[in-house]
Every structure is written in C-alpha cells, then in structure tokens.
Design a protein around this ligand. Structure first.
Ligand code: NAD
Ligand code: ZN
Length: 351
C-alpha cells in the first residue's frame, strides 16, 4: 500500500509498505478524511522526538472500517468511525491510574506517526478498536469529524487541565486550531473573560467567534504589559499555552494569580529548558500549578466530544480553511501546516 512518510529528519515522501495486520482486538481502517498537524511538522522538521525512518505520518482521521479482529464487538466492516490521535492500551497500569496517554511508557498512548505508522496511508491499524474508535454521528461531515481526532480534544484538554470555571479570566497563548479549541473549551466551561494571544487576522476573528473577549497581538509588544494594562494590573485565573516558544511559561507566570494554573498543550519542539523566575514563582511558595498534557484518546472521549458537534454546541467548520480532495494532496496539506500562510487555520484532505 502507499503512504506519505517521514523518510528521516527533514525529509518526507511517498513510500510503499505492507498493509498492516489486524490482531483479534484491532481494526484495519481506510481513511476517508485526514488532516496534517503541526505535530507532524515538529516531528519531521525539528526532529523533536528523535529520528524516525520511513514512518508513515498522520494521526487525525475519519475512516471506513475494512476489517475487524475476532474479539471486536461493537464495530463492523463498513462503519464510518472517528479515530483519535491517541489510542491507548487500556489494560496498562498507567491507564488504570488515569493517565492512558502514557500507557506502557511516557507518551506511549501516542502511537500513530510516533511509534507505528500513521493514517496517511491507504490503510492503517487501530489497536483495541472497541476502546479507541467511535462512530461518526450521521449529521456530522467527515471533514468536521476529523477535527475530533486531535484539535478539539487537545484544546479542550488544555481548558480541562486548567480547571476553567464560571466567571474566570483566562489567557490562551497561541490561537492556531488547538488554541482556538482551547478558547472554545474555556468558553463552554464558563470563563467570563478570555484573552486570545495571536497575530493572524483569520485566527483572531475565529477566536472572537469561539468566545474570546480580548485579542492581544504578540507582534505588537510585550504580551505581559498588554494584558496587565487591559486587566487593570490584576492577575488572571488561568493561562493555557497552545503556541509560541518556551518563553510562554515565563510570560504566563507573570500573569497568573496565586493558586492559578498554567496549562500547556503545546508540543515543545525545540529549546532545552523552561525558565521559572524565582520571584514570579513566589520564592517557591505561590501555589501556582504548571501542568502539561497530551490529549486523552479513547472512545468515550470521542463520543462525548462528537455530541457537541451533533447537537450544534460547537462549530468546527470555522477551522477548515483549506479543503482538498484526493490522497495526493496530503503532501500539500503538510506543506501548508509548515509554512502557515496568513489565510490558513487547518487543512483537511478527503479521499
Ligand atoms: P499552530 O502552529 O497552527 O498554532 C500555533 C500558533 O501560535 C501559530 O498560529 C503561531 O503563529 C502562534 N505563535 C507563534 N509564536 C507565538 C507567540 N510568541 N505568542 C503567541 N502565539 C504564537 O499549531 P496548532 O495546530 O494550533 O497546535 C498547537 C500546538 O499544539 C503545536 O505545538 C502542536 O504540535 C501541539 N499539539 C499538542 C497536542 C497534545 O496532545 N498536547 C495535540 C495536537 C497538537
Ligand atoms: Zn495532530
């Protein structure tokens, strides 16, 4: 079968591979819609998780089930399913402890385009199909459904880890598709004031639609000063980091209140250390939590998040600025994610 792969750090291309084998609990799926991700860009062009050779990329897909293992109960050939980017091993002790993202080892729930071939292929393998796939609701399109693989759960995970609550003031740093879903998640969780930090007009407009009350352009001066000024020098309750570099943590620490939370979902592709200023950290005693999280995968999460689309509580159509038809356009989609033209939020390729 054909696939679009990371050949090595800094190099991508089309390759031929064997069609994957279906184990008793697994499924083989044919992609119907896929979306390239900034994470693929970090992995390939920053070599952020180390060398990978001839590894098929992609981890965001809606697909059609073509084969199921003998122990799979709830899915059958022909079903249209959402496949989350993260597909944990549900029996692992880490899963039993509530951190299925790290089933087996740190980040090991993240299999596609990390430790096994991803979804940019004619067929791909889903482990533990009953636990990791969800049926796509009938009234949700395959293009919109693919946003449930990664963009919605990651942005919402940022808001969940920040424990955003009614009436709070929240900053979202970075408003690409993930940050925009963090804005939407914070809004649904009841945040009153949401500062969205981003420079591209299309992302700023989308942020307003998702509930941002204030837009801060990081290209027009120090965001700490801009936000402090707008917020009458008062600290905010929560900061969600979904873009920018390591400096975002230092900025967040200057902006958040004692007892507040800094919640990162950004994939830190380069740089070695995050700096924590001793005084901003309340000389070690300020009760500010810093948490970083890989999105949770799994069927239950997919089913619940897809309800938001099914019942029109969340419109992910705003994210889909570039739509392509044909397997070959995956390459173009990834190039767009790398180059980030001003009119891009997220590309989707239907097959
Ligand atoms: P994106 O690149 O489209 O969005 C990030 C945005 O941040 C860009 O628009 C960029 O211009 C902007 N930015 C750059 N510097 C900035 C600064 N100093 N201040 C504010 N904004 C700045 O990426 P995305 O698809 O929205 O994903 C965001 C991050 O989340 C990526 O690193 C991605 O790899 C990661 N990710 C994490 C998970 C997870 O499970 N935690 C899942 C998917 C993606
Ligand atoms: Zn992704």
């Amino acid at each position: 079968m054909k696939g679009f792969a990371m050949l090595k750090i800094n190099e991508v291309g089309w390759i031929e591979k064997e069609r994957p084998h279906c184990g008793p609990m697994d499924a083989i799926v044919r992609p119907l819609a896929v979306s390239p991700c900034t994470s693929d860009v970090h992995t390939v062009y920053e070599g952020a998780i180390g060398e990978r050779t001839n590894l098929i990329l992609g981890h965001e897909a809606v697909g059609e089930v073509v084969e199921t293992g003998s122990l799979v109960k709830d899915f059958k050939k022909g079903d249209t399913v959402i496949i989350p980017a993260i597909t944990p091993d549900w029996g692992a002790v880490e899963s039993q402890m509530g951190f299925s993202q790290h089933s087996g080892c740190m980040l090991c729930g993240w299999k596609f385009s990390n430790i096994k071939d991803g979804v940019f292929a004619e067929f791909f393998h889903v482990n533990e199909a009953d636990g990791n796939m969800a049926l796509l609701p009938k009234n949700v399109s395959i293009e919109e459904g693919v946003m449930l693989s990664d963009m919605v759960p990651t942005g919402f995970h940022g808001a969940d880890n920040a424990k955003v609550s009614y009436g709070e003031t929240v900053i979202v740093i970075g408003i690409g598709p993930v940050g925009l879903m963090a804005v939407a998640g914070a809004n649904l969780r009841g945040a009153a004031r949401i500062f969205a930090v981003g420079s591209r007009e299309i992302c700023q407009d989308a942020a307003r639609k998702y509930g941002a009350t204030d837009i801060i352009n990081y290209k027009q001066g120090d965001i700490v000063k801009q936000i402090q000024e707008a917020n009458n020098k008062k600290p905010v309750d929560k900061v969600i980091i979904a873009g920018g570099g390591l400096e975002a943590f230092e900025q967040a620490l200057k902006l958040v209140r004692p007892g507040g939370i800094i919640s990162n979902v950004n994939y830190l592709g380069s740089g070695d250390h995050i700096k924590i200023n001793r005084l901003d950290w309340g000389v070690g005693m300020v009760h500010i939590s810093i948490i970083g999280g890989l999105m949770p995968g799994g069927r239950k999460n997919m089913e619940y998040l897809s309800n938001l689309l099914k019942y029109k509580k969340l419109d992910v159509g705003i994210l889909l600025t570039h739509r392509f038809k044909g397997f070959g356009f995956i390459e173009k989609g990834l190039a767009l994610m790398k180059d980030k033209p001003r009119d891009l939020i997220k590309p989707v390729v239907t097959i």
